[in-house]
Design a protein around this ligand. Structure first.
Ligand SMILES: CSCCC(=O)/C(O)=C/O
Ligand SMILES: [Fe+2]
Length: 177
């Protein structure tokens, strides 16, 4: 069962739960434009991808035990994923095995954390600020689906990064229209 809740800021590592004890309903996540589905068949994932006109995909494994370059390289990769960012297109993440946390910003800039595990699928809309990390188990295998030609470059949120801030304003405006 997926677990969604407000993130608690504290000194524990990013891979700790940071559970504020304040749950968030999947419907609230949907209001932010993020869709959660539990899908236990690859064929259904493929159908969804076709319906939504996804053209590209890759598989990613983040595993403390096997990551090329070892744990240091994995931690560097996790730092990239945990740096708040947006994608220019809608993207899907489907968990094949393991666990992880996706954090998305709500309209008040509070982090909403979703604990994802095997067969959980998230549709992240274009322009939502988010980040990802592993849980303390330090293992996930996921399918990443991209609408278009692979755009691996994510726009990071940096003060003064007007390009991404403009993108974000447009995104929230589009939710209310
Ligand atoms: C488990 S998917 C790897 C992380 C990723 O692709 C992403 O976009 C994080 O924000
Ligand atoms: Fe991302």
């Amino acid at each position: 069962m997926v677990k969604i809740y407000y993130y608690k800021e504290d000194d524990s590592p990013m891979t700790a739960p940071h559970d504020s004890g304040e749950p968030v309903a999947a419907e609230e996540l949907e209001k932010l434009g993020v869709f959660y589905k539990y899908i236990d068949s690859q064929a259904s994932v493929d159908n969804l991808a076709t319906e939504r006109q996804y053209k590209n995909r890759d598989y990613i494994t983040l595993d403390g035990a096997t990551f090329p370059g070892g744990e240091e390289a994995l931690n560097a990769k996790l730092d990239v994923f945990f740096n708040e960012h947006i994608h220019e297109d809608e993207e899907i993440r489907y968990i094949i095995d393991g666990t992880g946390y996706f954090d998305v910003r709500d309209n008040n800039d509070r982090w909403v954390r979703t604990l994802v595990e095997k067969y959980d699928l998230l549709i992240l809309p274009a322009g939502i600020y988010h980040r990802f990390t592993l849980t303390d188990d330090k293992f996930v295998k996921a399918l990443r689906l991209f609408k278009d030609e692979p755009k691996w470059v994510a726009l990071n949120r940096i003060d003064g990064n007007t390009e991404s801030n403009e993108f974000r304003k447009e995104y929230f405006a589009s939710l209310s229209s």
